[in-house]
Ligand binder design. Structure first.
Ligand code: CA
Length: 222
């Protein structure tokens, strides 16, 4: 699940990012309202956490704009408690709100609640399809053109990680942090070896493309 955090206060943003990542959320962070709207438009965002006081636009306006094209759950965050009565929040199209300062536990609980209301459940995505590539994270099985592919546990984790957002170029450092849980750059050779092995097993190197200077992306091979 990808949470888009729209917050211009660096200290608050850092704390929220760290707290949400510790709770297994994928977090994207932007500072400007315009970036937030672009990210939601681009897709893949499952919840928006929106600060009301932003440099380029008032959060209430951002809320209304997002609502004009998306049903993504929005949790409004503000220090301005007086503004945040339930009626105002619902009126601007948000699903819930938290008042600063707030704890991560509270925020995570709110995210769960809005996700549950939005999707009817908070079950994680277990079925990933990228063209003829099918990944089931529950049974940890992979198939291409309905032919099963045997991956090692780490190869599986890496492929599932990349395939959750097809076309997204993942940075090497992020992959190492999220899949290997290390920031030691020496492991980058390990990453290359795993990618090489996955390509071989999937039968076409184009499934996992190298993005020069960045890292890797999974794309549908037609
Ligand atoms: Ca602010």
């Amino acid at each position: 699940m990808t949470v888009l955090l729209v917050e211009d206060d660096r200290a608050i943003a850092d704390a929220v990012i760290e707290g949400l990542r510790a709770n297994d959320y994928d977090v994207k962070h932007v500072v400007l309202a315009s970036e937030a709207i672009a990210k939601v438009r681009a897709g893949g965002v499952t919840t928006v956490i929106l600060d009301l006081g932003l440099p380029d636009m008032d959060g209430t306006e951002v809320c209304r704009l997002i609502r004009s094209f998306s049903h993504v759950p929005i949790i409004v965050v503000s220090a301005r408690e007086t503004e945040l009565d339930r009626v105002t929040v619902l009126d601007m199209g948000a699903d819930d709100y938290v008042v600063k300062p707030f704890g991560i536990k509270e925020l995570v609980a709110r995210i769960h609640a809005v996700m549950r209301r939005a999707t009817g459940s908070v079950a994680p995505i277990t079925h990933i399809e990228v063209g003829s590539l099918v990944i089931d994270t529950k049974t940890r099985t992979v198939s291409v053109n309905e032919k099963s592919v045997a991956l090692t546990p780490k190869e599986f984790d890496l492929l599932a990680y990349l395939a959750r957002e097809p076309g997204t170029a993942f940075r090497r450092a992020d992959i190492l942090r999220d899949v290997w849980e290390t920031t030691w750059y020496g492991t980058t050779k390990t990453l290359d070896a795993h990618v090489a092995s996955i390509r071989k097993k999937l039968g076409d190197p184009k499934w996992v493309e190298s993005v020069r200077g960045v890292g890797f992306t999974v794309r549908s091979v037609s």
